[in-house]
Design a protein around this ligand. Structure first.
Ligand code: GSH
Length: 206
């Protein structure tokens, strides 16, 4: 039985980024489906009192929060790799994009998708506004770069990928952002990449 267990659901972008890294590092793991019913149990609350997925269990260690899990996996299993450089400036650049994954990406395109696909009680107009401010900046940043933080793929790329790639599922168009599209395709070409299952596209409004 694999040592690593991942509580997740297939449609969650937060879980997808962790699954991507596990696959790209060739780490065997067992995925445990953790829908709303599982997250409501007291057993799950002991793993994560916020009742959120992903939760990763590695032996005696319980890890929560997708970006923290990415950091753990690289430090534990691929410490000298390109995924999270030691160089102070490069490490800071990775952290900056992890913060944007948890900020602008989460409250922009991810929020729009949650509202449109899962009727999440979040403000759709606000998600569109954040997306409209962030995506042009992201496109400009990627104009002359292959990846977000360094010249190699890092965990920052994986953290931002899932909810930017699925922006159209929240009614947010990516057609005006050619550099973003090239970056998405670059990540999709990395060995070990697996896509999120596609959801029906709503009317594009942003
Ligand atoms: N900060 C967390 C956020 C994770 C998150 O929002 N997970 C969603 C699924 S995509 C969830 O479990 N939602 C259930 C809830 O918040 O009650 C992370 O980065 O992992």
């Amino acid at each position: 039985m694999p040592a690593i267990q991942l509580y997740s659901t297939p449609l969650s972008g937060h879980c997808h980024r962790v699954t991507l890294l596990l696959n790209m590092l060739n780490l065997p793991f067992e995925a445990t489906e953790a829908g709303a019913d599982v997250r409501q149990t007291e057993e799950f609350a002991r793993l994560n009192p916020l009742r959120q997925i992903p939760v990763l269990i590695d032996g005696e260690h319980v890890l929560t929060d997708s970006n923290a899990i990415l950091v753990y996996l690289v430090k534990r299993y691929a410490p000298d790799s390109h995924w999270l450089p030691e160089d102070p400036l490069k490490a800071a650049e990775v952290q900056k994009w992890l913060s944007r994954a948890a900020g602008e990406v989460r409250f922009g395109p991810a929020s729009a998708r949650m509202v449109k696909q899962f009727s999440a009680p979040e403000a759709y107009e606000n998600a569109l506004k954040i997306s409209a401010r962030f995506l042009p900046q992201l496109d400009k940043h990627l104009e002359n770069r292959e990846f977000l933080a360094t010249d190699r793929a890092t965990i920052a790329d994986l953290a931002c990928y899932s909810y930017v790639a699925t922006a159209p599922e929240g009614g947010v168009s990516l057609t005006g952002y050619p550099s973003i599209q090239r970056w998405l395709a670059r990540i999709e070409g990395l060995p070990g990449f697996t896509p999120l299952p596609a959801l029906p596209l709503p009317e594009i409004v942003g």
